[in-house]
Design a protein around this ligand. Structure first.
Ligand code: G4P
Length: 321
């Protein structure tokens, strides 16, 4: 998938975060609970080494609770990182974050030794919402379009406790194709960077296999939603399912052909709003497999590039007489 990518901006953000980190006591890294690995930026791991940090799987109200538990266990086992799931609109879990920060950096949080917490995460993951909930007023502006550049902001939570928003824009790093589709489905990358129909088809292909009951309950594309229908749905070509949904939901052009753009938008809207149910688009095991494939393809590409360079250099060399 063709996704816009801004390495120049990332370089600046990296520098800004590295600078800010020096005076930070705890880092809260927010990811989207529906796509925890795809919505993370691996660069942060290296920047945050040796800093107490807390992973927040946000928008857990939209994610599959069983899979969220799998991810929480995976973070604690594989990355030795404390992880919590939350809906950042609610103040009780936000309050619990304050206690978690205090546990990670005991001794900080007084006037003479303030607690400084950096909230990191890709656009649209819920940073402003969490800050607003923690500060208790509309302090940070929630932008509804991903990719809006914001300056670093500092918020006083209480005496001796400060929150800092990510300096610069932390783009996701799209290592594997599936991450690009998942980020697009969740609305985490700018609309101009992807094709709605392709993203909706990829989303359906995944949901058919893993959440057939949810798809049948929402769109009633088969007569019934029992095990036999779920098995039939899993076998259906994704474009056939897409077409059936378009007909069922009246996404049609004059003359009766399907309006693919409208159908794609309504499927993506249903996923993003939670109308399709609580869904998670990746498990730790799936992501590990995608990553292995992505890294192998990357290594092969690198090898081809090096071979090409060598051939080019060989052609340039003057022939010996
Ligand atoms: P950002 O600062 O990281 O860019 O994200 P921001 O807080 O602006 O949140 C992006 C969108 O995600 C907002 O929706 C926000 O309400 C929603 N959101 C944030 N946290 C959660 C959560 O835990 N659960 C759910 N379901 N949604 C969450 P919006 O439609 O863009 O704006 P709004 O009209 O809701 O304010």
């Amino acid at each position: 998938m063709n996704v816009q990518w801004f390495p120049g901006h990332m370089h600046l953000t990296r520098k800004a975060i590295a600078e800010r980190i020096k005076t930070i006591d705890v880092v809260i890294e927010m990811v989207d609970a529906r796509l925890p690995a795809s919505s993370a930026n691996p660069m942060l791991r290296e920047l945050l080494a040796h800093k107490p940090s807390l992973k927040v799987l946000n928008k857990a109200d939209l994610a599959d609770p069983a899979r969220t538990q799998q991810w929480l266990a995976w973070y604690e086992q594989h990355l030795a990182t404390k992880a919590v799931a939350m809906d950042s609109h609610h103040s009780a879990p936000a309050q619990a974050l304050i206690e978690a920060c205090q546990a990670l950096a005991p001794g900080r949080g007084a006037m003479d030794k303030p607690m400084r917490v950096l909230i990191c995460g890709i656009p649209n993951v819920g940073k402003s919402t969490l800050i607003n909930t923690m500060v208790g007023k509309r302090a940070a502006k929630a932008a509804n379009e991903p990719g809006v550049t914001r300056r670093e902001q500092r918020f006083a939570l209480q005496d001796g406790f400060y929150l800092f928003d990510t300096p610069g824009v932390l783009w996701p790093r799209i290592i594997v194709a599936q991450s690009g589709y998942n980020l697009a489905a969740a609305g985490s990358i700018g609309r101009n960077a992807f094709d709605d129909e392709l993203v909706a088809l990829e989303l359906l292909a995944y949901l058919q296999k893993h959440y057939a009951a949810h798809v049948l309950a929402r769109y009633a594309v088969l007569d019934g939603d029992g095990p036999a229908e779920q098995a039939a749905l899993a076998q259906m070509p994704d474009f056939e399912l897409f077409e059936r949904i378009a007909y069922k939901r009246g996404a049609l052009l004059p003359g009766g052909r399907i309006n693919a753009q409208k159908a794609a938008e309504l499927i993506l809207h249903d996923f993003r709003s939670g109308a399709l149910g609580r869904l998670t688009l990746e498990t730790p095991a799936e992501f590990e497999a995608w990553l292995a494939t992505g890294e192998r393809l990357d290594a092969e590409r690198q090898l081809r590039k090096e071979q090409y360079e060598q051939q080019r250099q060989a052609k340039k060399r003057p022939k010996k007489r």
